[in-house]
Every structure is written in C-alpha cells, then in structure tokens.
Design a protein around this ligand. Structure first.
Ligand SMILES: [Zn+2]
Length: 533
C-alpha cells in the first residue's frame, strides 16, 4: 500500500522568534536553516522580509537548500490599496523566496475589532493577495489566523475565508490555533467539517501550546485529513510555545499508527539527528536544554532506582518506548541514594571504565557515592564528577594540576563598588604558579584567576584554552544542624560536548572551588593530557 505524504513546515525562524528574549542574528538564522535543511523538512519559514533588516538580509543571502523550500511570511494586503501597490507584498516578491505564506483573518470578531473593516472587504483582501502571488508563480499558502476560534463563532464566515484563498489556487490553507485554546476533540470535529470544503491534501495545521496540546492537536488534525504540520524546534514560540517538531517528527516516523499510513521527507538516518538539532537551538539561544523534552531531552531515557535499572539491563523495552539511538539520544543510568550495585555497574559500563564485576572496589565506590550523597552530593546531574570519582577509586587517573592554596577576598571601595579578588597557588611539574584575578563575586574571581592565567599553566595551557563555563548553580541544603552549599557547574569546550561537575561544602567558595577543579580535571582527562611529574 502506498503511503500518503505528510509535509513538515518549520517556523522556528519566524514564529519561534516571537518568543520573549529570542532575537536571532543573521548568522544564527543561517545555522538553524541549514540544520533544518539537513534534516529534510519541507518548508523553512525564514521570517518577514521587509519587516526588519535581519529578515530582509536573510532572504538576500539566497542560501542554497538541498531539501527545503524557503518561505517568506507576510500579511494579506491592506484595505484601500491594490495588491500591486502594497509595499508589504512587494517586499515579499523581492525576497525571491519560492514560497509565500500570508497570514489573514478568519475570525469575524478580529475583522471587526482588530482591522475595523467589513467582512466582505477582508474576503477581498485574502483573495486578491492570493491571486497576486499565484500570478507570479509562487507557491502560495494562506495562514488562517484564529481559524478555530473563528469557526466556533461563525463557521460560515470562517470557511468563506478559506475558500477565498483556496478558489484562487492556493496550495496550502493553514488552520491556525493562534490562541492555543482548542482541544484535540474540537480539532477533529472542525477539520472533519473543513475537508468537506477544502481537500485535506491542501490543509495545514499550526497549533500553539497554551493547553499543552499543540502536538496532540497537530496529530489529531493529521488523523482528520490535514497533510501539512507547522511547528518549531523544541516548541519554541511565544507564551507556551508552538507544536514541538522534535516530538511531531519522531512520532510520525516511529509510531506504527502514523508510519504505516504516512511518509515524510526526513529519512531514518536523519531522525537520528533530532537530538543534535534540538541541542543546537539551545546552544544558539545560550539556554540550558530542557532535560525533560520527549524523545530528545537528556532525561528522556534516564533510569534511576535499582529495580528499574536492573529491568532495563535485562531488556530496555521494560522502561523505554523507543530505542534512544533512533532519535540520536542515549540511555542514561542515574546513580542515586536508592541505587544498588547494578546501577553503578551499568553506569561504569556506559562511561567505558574497565572493571571486573566482582571487584571489591565496586562496593567501595558504591559506599563512597552513598556517603557523599548523605552529605549533599548528587551525582544524578554531575556525570563528569561521577566519572572522576569512579576512575579514582576503580581505575587510575593521573594527577594534573595541584592547587595548594587559595585566598579570596571581598572589598567594598570608597565609591561603594564591591570588588572580589582571588589568588591561587598552583603546582605543575613541581613548578609553583601564582594566579590572580578579579571578579564580580568571589567565585567569579577564583574562576578568573585560573582561567585568565591559562597561558601560564605550562603544558596544560593548550588543553584548557577552550574550556568555557556555561552555567553555575548554587543550592543551599539544610541538613538540620548546618547549611550546606551545593554548587553545580556546566562546562563546555570547542568540541561542543558539555560536562557537569559538583562540589559540596559548608562554605560556598570551597564548594565552588571543588566543582571548578573537577571541571578542569575532567577536561584534562578526556583530552588525554599528560600527568604532572
Ligand atoms: Zn503562531
């Protein structure tokens, strides 16, 4: 049986950019677009040419795509002028994008309140705009804004808006749940009515996530006949986001209900790039990835607790709905207080430590982890610190830089400015190196003292040059008698793999220092730096 084709439309660069705090540079846009093209999405909405310089320039770059069609976004023509004389529409034509998507009203309430024009005038604006681009041989799409709300209020008028575009030869009519309040059963009911007027092969769905149902609504629309899905990487979008393509795409590809009936342009080997694509966006946004994202989050295939872990080791199917590698993700065995020996063994295997299962050092490591967890360590999110500890106990790990002394002070000067300075004494190959630095706080000063003097760290300079601190988190834990500080540090380097370290102490500077030293040690270890002699 031949499968029906489903089309994926990405709007990360347009609707995703509506998100508070998101402002893509030209370079960012190009990186994201190329990643989407590599995946094989059908359409990339590049932005709104003419509306801002970055978007205009992005289209002027004329990037060559292998798989995707670049789509320019705009608004239906203004009332009172012809489509030929509408500067907004001209900017879209000038963008030379092969495909054009215009948003227009389909809710009579909006036509009246937001536009202040008659219902008929709005219909004319839609049909004239469609005609204008179709005459110019563009692949034309109409985004019916607030379609579901419009349909609930006045079905006849909402449908006539779709028809105004469709009757001119519009390729795609996109049903938008702009306010994101529609539920899956309503999507099913309404799409069932719409396909009596516009064939499903010409319909798209654009769902927002305000009830947490954007992905469910997109899938419901497909089940009811729609053949184009719009969404964004990681569900990026204003308010609660858009439909998350990182969930939609693997669901269509991997879940039998959909994969039996449909095919998409994204091949199996590219499905395994989804995790990478998701992390790329976070890296560009300089955000910490959401660990709990379905399919692609770091915790999506994490197992904690002895029983789960031993079952997963017998057969991962016991607690996993798919094989993580299919989407480019990995299984992660979390070590915790309740964990048994099987957890530790599994985690050691996953980091590639050599050991014998009956080695008494395994028990020693387990006890050490438990002792440390008792005083406030948590190795769940600190892979690098766990690996260092395990290797120190079970295998061997070279001693790199010794930090023999440090001194941190905080001063308030006569201008009222608070300055922290730090001095650390390091030893490499028997040579004493004094590093000094200043910072906006004691931890920052200590970090700067080491990092800004990286050139002086003799044979370790070249290994530590590209080390970067990405995130720094402090938690105060109350153990009853005293407050304990737990510091977590996320680091990265030019290879792009992030690692997490942890430090615990009654003193925040000492806790930070421990996490920082683990970060340096881990970097030196994974880059095979020689031992200090
Ligand atoms: Zn939207």
């Amino acid at each position: 049986m031949s499968k029906e084709r489903l089309y994926i439309f990405d709007t990360t660069l347009r609707d995703g950019e509506q998100t508070q705090g998101v402002d893509f540079s030209l370079d960012d846009k190009e990186k994201i677009a190329l990643a989407l093209d590599n995946l094989g999405v059908d359409y990339i909405e590049g932005g709104w040419p003419g509306a801002n310089p970055t978007d205009t320039e992005f289209f002027q770059k004329r990037i060559k795509f292998k798989n995707s069609k670049l789509t320019a976004f705009g608004m239906t023509k203004k009332s009172g002028r012809s489509a030929d004389n509408d500067p907004g529409l001209s900017a879209l034509l000038n963008s030379k994008a092969p495909s054009i998507c215009l948003v227009g009203k389909s809710w009579d309430f909006h036509v009246d309140i937001a536009l202040g024009i008659s219902n008929d005038e709005n219909l004319e604006n839609i049909s004239e705009s469609a005609k204008h681009f179709i005459k110019e041989k563009k692949e034309f799409m109409f985004d019916a804004e607030h379609f579901f709300d419009g349909y609930k209020n006045n079905p006849k008028y909402a449908l006539s808006c779709l028809k105004a575009a469709y009757d001119q030869g519009t390729r795609w009519i996109v049903l938008c749940d702009t306010n994101g309040g529609t539920l899956p059963n309503e999507v099913t009911e309404i799409v069932n009515e719409v396909i009596k007027h516009v064939p499903g092969e010409n319909l798209g769905i654009h769902a927002h996530n305000d009830t947490g149902n954007a992905v469910a609504n997109s899938l419901a629309a497909v089940q009811a006949g729609v053949r184009q899905i719009q969404g964004t990487i990681n569900g990026l979008g204003e308010r609660c986001g858009n439909a998350n393509l990182m969930s939609v795409i693997p669901t269509i590809h991997l879940k039998k209900y959909f994969s039996d009936k449909f095919e998409i342009n994204i091949k199996a080997e590219n499905i395994s790039k989804l995790t990478q694509c998701s992390r790329l966006l976070d890296e560009i946004l300089n955000r910490k990835p959401n660990q709990h994202l379905p399919y692609v989050g770091a915790a999506a295939f994490s197992h904690k607790g002895g029983l789960h872990v031993s079952a997963v080791q017998k057969d991962p199917k016991t607690y996993e709905h798919i094989i993580p590698e299919l989407v480019g993700n990995v299984r992660n065995i979390v070590v915790s207080d309740q964990s048994g020996k099987s957890n530790i063994i599994s985690r050691l295997k996953s980091i590639g430590v050599d050991f014998k299962e009956d080695d008494p050092k395994i028990k020693k490591l387990l006890d050490e982890v438990k002792d440390r967890e008792f005083i406030g360590y948590s190795y769940d999110g600190a892979d690098a610190s766990f690996e260092l500890l395990a290797r120190r106990i079970i295998g061997e790990i070279p001693r790199f830089i010794s930090i023999t002394e440090y001194d941190v002070s905080v001063k308030k000067n006569s201008l009222g400015k608070i300055v922290s300075s730090a001095k650390a004494e390091l030893v490499v190959d028997g040579q004493k190196i004094i590093c000094e630095g200043e910072g906006n706080g004691p931890v920052n000063a200590l970090d700067n003292a080491i990092r800004q003097n990286v050139d002086r760290l003799a044979k370790y300079s070249k290994y530590l040059k590209d080390l970067k601190l990405v995130d720094y988190k402090v938690r105060i834990l109350n153990t009853g008698t005293e407050a304990i500080t737990r510091v977590s540090i996320e680091s990265t380097d030019s290879k792009g793999k992030n690692w997490f370290t942890i430090g615990v102490s009654t003193n925040i500077i000492d806790a930070s220092f421990k996490a920082l030293v683990d970060s340096l040690d881990y970097k030196l270890f994974k880059d095979n730096a020689p031992a200090s002699i």
